[in-house]
Design a protein around this ligand. Sequence first.
Ligand code: NAD
Length: 495
Amino acid sequence: MDHIPHWIGGAERAGTSGRVGPVFNPATGEQTAEVALASAAEVAEAVTLARRAATAWRSASLSKRAAVLFKFRELLAARGEDLAAIVTSEHGKVLSDAAGEVARGLENAEFATGIPHLMKGSFSEQAATGVDVYSIRQPLGVVAGITPFNFPAMVPLWMCTTAIAAGNAFVLKPSEKDPSAALFLARLWREAGLPDGVFTVVNGDKEAVDALLTNEDIAAVSFVGSTPVAKYIYETGTAHGKRVQALGGAKNHMVVLPDAEIDAAADAAVSAAYGSAGERCMAVSVVVAVGDVAEPLVDAIAARLPKLRIGRGTDPDSQMGPLISAQHRDRVADYVERGKAGGATVVADGREAELPRDGYFLGVTLLDNVTPDMDVYTDEIFGPVLCVVRAQTYAEALALINDNEYGNGTAIFTRDGGAARQFQFDVNAGMVGVNVPIPVPVAYYSFGGWKASLFGDTHMYGPDGIHFFTRSKVVTSRWPDPGTSGVDLGFPTTR
Ligand code: NAD
C-alpha cells in the first residue's frame, strides 16, 4: 500500500502522527494508498521551516521570482497530462475534465509570471513642498491554503501561484480524499528552482486545519470547500488575527427565457449539470424555465440524457465518471428519492441507469416541477441531479435566485441583450454568465461568490488574489534641499 507523505522543507516527509486516512480509486472502489494525517506538532514544525524560507524568499528580486514562475509554468504545461492522470485516479473525473482543470490552473501560473507589474505601488510627487508619498505592496509571510476534493490541482494553483509570486511561503493542506496532486505540484516547484520551504504540503484532516488556524506564524488563510466549514474557518481564523478568504458551497441557477435558443440551452444545461458528475461548485443544479419554454426545454434535456456515456475516467469514451465516495453516492441517490417523495416529477432517475458494477457510479437524474420548499432545491446536492423550477415571469425567476442562500454563479439564456443586461444588474451572485453556463472568470479577473458562497471580502486569484496575499505600506518622505548637507554639489541656492 502506497504511503502518501507530507512535503516539508523541500522534500517528502513520512508522517509521524501514527494516523493515516484511506485514499480510493472511485472508479474501482479499491483503496490505493494511505495518506499521512498530520499532528499539530508536525504542522508546527512545517510552519517554522516555512517561516525561515519566507524571510529569504521575500528578498528575492521580482525578476528572480518571475523566472521561477515562468519555469513552473513550462513544467506544468509539459507535465499536464501526468497531473491529469493523477487527478482522475483519485477523484474519478474523466481525463478530459482533469486536463481542463490543469489548463485553468495553468492560466493562474501565467498570470503570476507578471508579478513585477502586479506588485507596483503608486507615487505622488510633491504632496507637500519637498514631500513625496508612495505606496508599496509587501508579502504577508507564511500563508496557508486549505482545499476541497473536487479540484485537487486547480484550486491549489489558484492560491499558490499568486501567493508565492508575491513573495510569501505557502503551506497547503489539500483534501485528504485526493492528496497526490499536491505532491506532484511540490515536485514541480522544486524543479522550477523554488527554494526549499517556500511551498509546503501538510496532509491531514481537521487536526491539521485547526493547527494552521491557530498558529501565530500563519498570516492568512485561503479556503475553498463547503459552506459550514468555510464559516468555521473564517470565524476561527479571524478570531486568531488572520486575514481569511473562505469560499463555500453553491446552488447555481440557470435562467432560460422564452426567447432562448432551446438546443444551445439544453446542451449547456447538460454539460454544466452533469459534467464532473455535478461535483463542481459552479455546476448548474437548477434550471429556471420561464414561461412556455419549460416543455420544449425539459424535452430537449431529457432527449440528451440517454446519450451520456458514464464510465471510468480513464476510458476516453466516458463523459462522466463516478462520485468521490460510496457514502457520497448514497447521499445523492437519497436526494433523488426525497425529490420524488416531495412531489417532483422524475424525468430521469439516475438510480436506474446501467452502470459499471464496481466503483461509486450513479446515473444522471432530471427532476421537473421542483418547488423552492423541497430539500432537493434548498440543499447543495453536489451530484448529477438537475432540478427544473418553472417560473411564469423573469421577475419570479430573479426572486428565486436573490432569495437563495447561496450566490456563487448564475447564468441567463436569452437572445435579448437588454434582458441579459438587466439580469446582470439585478442578480445577487458573484459570477454571471450570459449564454455561458459556467462563468468561471479568466485568470486576470477574480473568482468568488456572494452570500453563503464566500466569507470575507476578497475573491480568489487575479487582482483580488494579489491584494489578498500582500499588504500595502505608505511612505511619506521628505529630503532636505539638495546641497544643504554641507558638501557643495553645485546646485543653485534657490529653488
Ligand atoms: P469540505 O468542506 O468537506 O472540505 C474542504 C477542506 O476542509 C478539506 O481540506 C477538508 O480536509 C477540510 N475540512 C473538512 N471538514 C473540516 C472541519 N470540520 N474542520 C476543519 N477542516 C475541515 O469540502 P469538500 O467536500 O472537500 O468539497 C466540496 C465542497 O466545496 C462543496 O460544497 C463545493 O461547493 C465547495 N467548493 C466551492 C468552491 C468555490 O469556489 N466556492 C470551489 C470548489 C468547491
